[in-house]
Design a protein around this ligand. Structure first.
Ligand SMILES: *[C@@H]1O[C@H](CO)[C@@H](O)[C@H](O)[C@H]1NC(C)=O
Ligand SMILES: *[C@@H]1O[C@H](CO)[C@@H](O)[C@H](O)[C@H]1NC(C)=O
Ligand SMILES: *[C@@H]1O[C@H](CO)[C@@H](O)[C@H](O)[C@H]1NC(C)=O
Ligand SMILES: *[C@@H]1O[C@H](CO)[C@@H](O)[C@H](O)[C@H]1NC(C)=O
Length: 287
């Protein structure tokens, strides 16, 4: 168990959802996550995203009390109030990158307030370095990162009311052999605060190898936020289509778990069909 990230209260819920943690990742699943990350604009620089590309080598399963995070899904503040458990599932041809001498950085960051880039950059909600863990042997490659040094403890997403949907991402990096935490981000107890993910990554030589991302919104968005909300929820219908095996992006399949904040059905299906065409979604759906 990932002591610093797990909660005793979640243990029962997590074990009842165990079948939702995959045993291996397929190349199509990894490509789908990369596309969802891009569709959400999380690779964008200039205060609109994290300014780094995702090259998934594993699936990242983030398990909150409600279950496993679906990329692009909207969750309530309450649903993500407590720190989750983290599971990593490599593909058979990437498993060697997750070996017993590898070390990982895990973080949770808010990209920005959509449509209104935050001039202070991204926001750090969790940061830990030196996690260890290797791909399990046998047919199930999944493992849990453990024993990391937590620099910034979990600060639950809590967007300011009216600032629209905020895009939160759990990011997992492999550390270079000579990794050294920057001096001002090396002490446990460093508070959650604005920062730039790309600066941190460049300074430390991290490689982004897995990600899981979702949206949290508090209250009604302002007008300037609405146009970019569609970009974000578009990824939701891709992942919902994937789990429902439907070839279309039905609105009912992509209803948010929080039950109400999602009203952009038309843009969803448009972007979903583009993504389906690009990826040959049918092949990616069933694994
Ligand atoms: C794979 O292993 C993980 C970690 O032990 C477990 O939680 C999950 O249920 C397993 N998945 C499958 C499909 O067996
Ligand atoms: C939207 O969700 C937020 C929490 O994410 C909640 O506080 C708010 O009341 C919801 N708004 C509507 C209209 O349901
Ligand atoms: C072990 O993992 C690290 C980090 O992913 C990687 O750089 C290294 O090449 C791996 N070693 C082997 C033998 O695959
Ligand atoms: C750490 O220092 C760098 C470089 O001076 C600065 O850009 C960054 O904002 C600082 N980060 C924190 C969390 O203080």
């Amino acid at each position: 168990m990932l002591a610093r990230l797990s909660l005793v209260a979640l243990a029962a819920a997590a074990s009842s959802l165990a079948q939702e943690i995959p045993a291996t990742a397929s190349p199509e699943q990894l490509a789908l996550v990369n596309a969802q990350y891009q569709n959400s604009g999380l690779n964008d620089g200039g205060n609109a995203g994290f300014g780094i590309e995702l090259n998934s080598a594993a699936l990242l399963s983030i398990v909150y009390g409600f279950g496993v995070v679906e990329n692009g899904q909207t969750y309530s503040v309450d649903q993500v109030a407590e720190a989750p458990d983290v599971y990593v599932t490599p593909a058979s041809d990437t498993a060697a990158e997750f070996n017993s001498s590898a070390a990982y950085t895990l973080m949770l960051a808010d990209a920005s307030s959509l449509g209104d880039p935050d001039t202070r950059g991204n926001y750090r909600h969790f940061l830990g370095n030196g996690f260890t863990g290797a791909a399990a042997s046998g047919s199930n490659l999944t493992f849990q990162p453990e024993n990391g040094e937590v620099i910034t403890s979990y600060a639950a997403p809590g967007p300011i009311a009216g600032t629209g949907p905020h895009r939160y991402a759990w990011l997992m990096f492999t550390q270079p052999g000579d990794f050294a935490a920057p001096a001002n981000l090396s002490s446990p107890g460093t508070a959650a605060a604005p920062w730039y993910v790309s600066s941190y990554v460049q300074e430390t030589g991290l490689q982004l190898v897995a990600a899981s991302f979702f949206t949290v919104q508090n209250g009604e968005p302002t007008g300037s936020v609405a146009s970019t909300q569609a970009v974000n929820t578009a990824t939701l219908s891709v992942s919902s289509a994937a789990s429902s095996t439907s070839s279309g992006a039905s609105a009912s399949a992509s209803a948010p778990a929080s039950g109400g904040n999602d009203s952009s059905a038309a843009p969803k299906s448009i972007v979903a069909s583009v993504a389906a065409g690009l990826l040959g979604l049918g092949a990616a759906l069933m694994a």
